[in-house]
Ligand binder design. Sequence first.
Ligand code: MF3
Ligand code: CO
Length: 291
Amino acid sequence: MAVKIGRNDPCWCGCGKKYKVCHEAFDAKIARFAAQGHRVPPRDIIKTPEQIAKIKESAKINIAVLDYIEEHIHAGMSTAEIDKIVYDMTTQMGGIPAPLNYEGYPYSVCTSVNEQVCHGFPSENVILKEGDIVNVDCSTILDGYFSDSSRMFCIGAVSPEKKRLVQITKECVELGLKEVKPWGFLGDMGQAVHDHAYNNGYTIVREIGGHGVGLEFHEEPWVGYHTKRGTDMLLVPGMIFTIEPMVNMGGVEIFIDEENDWEVYTADGKPSAQWEIMVLVTEDGAEVLSW
Ligand code: MF3
Ligand code: CO
């Protein structure tokens, strides 16, 4: 519980101004939504301008690493090579790959191929081949600030069915992004993502969602896509979270590899796709910080 700030005390956002001329009205507005029964963001997930600047620096590395992989990924390459690129580039730029040793995760990146839904282990034995679709999920820590995003890559000529899955999943994220604005709701985004996937005959994994990010790897809110417009957490300027639906070509069911307790697969063996962006809620809309 935050200590109540006096009206003449310095504002919590670090601007140096008095609370009454800075965030007092903002906090009161949030309190009105809470009084109406809405879920509202706790103050510790609302980032200050200084924190946002640091998180953007972290995201620069994340974007550069994914850009490099986009240029160099090819059939015949092992996913272990991708892991090495991510580790080397991230550390050379002064960052740390956030996945490495995170809750025991043993690699610098997740590489999820075809029916792998997420958290695929990079491996010498996984050689990318023509027709594969692969998600490369990259996360960076710089100076203690976190960034997180992922992209899909099509290896050579991919079947029309898989290509469509990758494309529709990308559109889901873009349509979700359009719904992100201050004083809207997370459910506005969730429903837009959901409806586009399901209208195209796909399903979205229920158990694994996006998340707040920036000061920690995973913060509030948990970001699901089976939510309704006008529900879920209120969005306010300074919040940062990911939109990262895992869209399945077939059924919604998944299972986790029992041997490593990490890798997630579709139960029916059909392909799954995911794109992830990291989004800041601004005064008048949204800004994508990493993609
Ligand atoms: N980058 C993933 C996410 O989008 C998290 C990967 S979990 C890890 O949240 F352990 F592999 F890092
Ligand atoms: Co994420």
